[in-house]
Ligand binder design. Structure first.
Ligand SMILES: [Fe+2]
Length: 165
């Protein structure tokens, strides 16, 4: 058992994780913005890093943001692009986001849904058009979002504990 920075306690689960990445139960997907959901898989409180699937449905937008640390991704389904770049990440694409890179993720009109695996370190800093910070996410806010959602949908707040290390 340990207590995070915000005072919530967690039971440490066994060390290894092996799970079906795309869950059968849709309640496992945690809503984070309109048309944007994440599926936690590994929430690493020791180094402030997490692995999740990001699901964005048609025309969904992941708000303008940067990461102070590198991000690695692999597209499992669909396609997406950043408003700030010309390339399109499609099923099977590998993506690297360098530290400091500012981008806004969008799923185009001709794609119903994309699912991408992301390995993120540190945090996501959300920015407005003037590059002023308007919010952030880190492994602890992710855990808190999961706990609130899983409680609300009947899985129980402690459902997230299996992903926490
Ligand atoms: Fe990003």
């Amino acid at each position: 058992m340990y207590t995070n920075m915000k005072g919530s306690t967690h039971v440490l689960a066994p060390s290894e994780i092996a799970l079906k990445a795309i869950p059968d139960d849709d309640r496992v997907w945690v809503p984070q913005a309109p048309n944007v959901f994440f599926r936690p898989m590994f929430l690493n409180t020791l180094t402030g890093q997490w692995c999740n699937l990001l699901k964005v449905t048609r025309s969904g937008i992941l708000s303008r943001h940067l990461h102070p640390a590198p991000v690695f991704g692999m597209v499992l389904k669909g396609k997406w692009h950043y408003f700030e770049h010309d390339w399109v990440a499609e099923e099977g694409s590998f993506v690297y986001e360098p530290p400091g890179e500012i981008h806004t993720l969008n799923v185009p009109e001709d794609c119903d849904e994309m699912i991408t695996f992301f390995n993120i370190s540190g945090c996501m800093v959300y920015l407005n058009e003037e590059n002023k910070q308007i919010g952030y996410e880190d492994v602890f806010t992710k855990i808190d979002m999961c706990r609130a959602h899983y409680e609300k949908v009947g899985l129980g707040a402690d459902y997230v504990d299996q992903f926490i290390r």
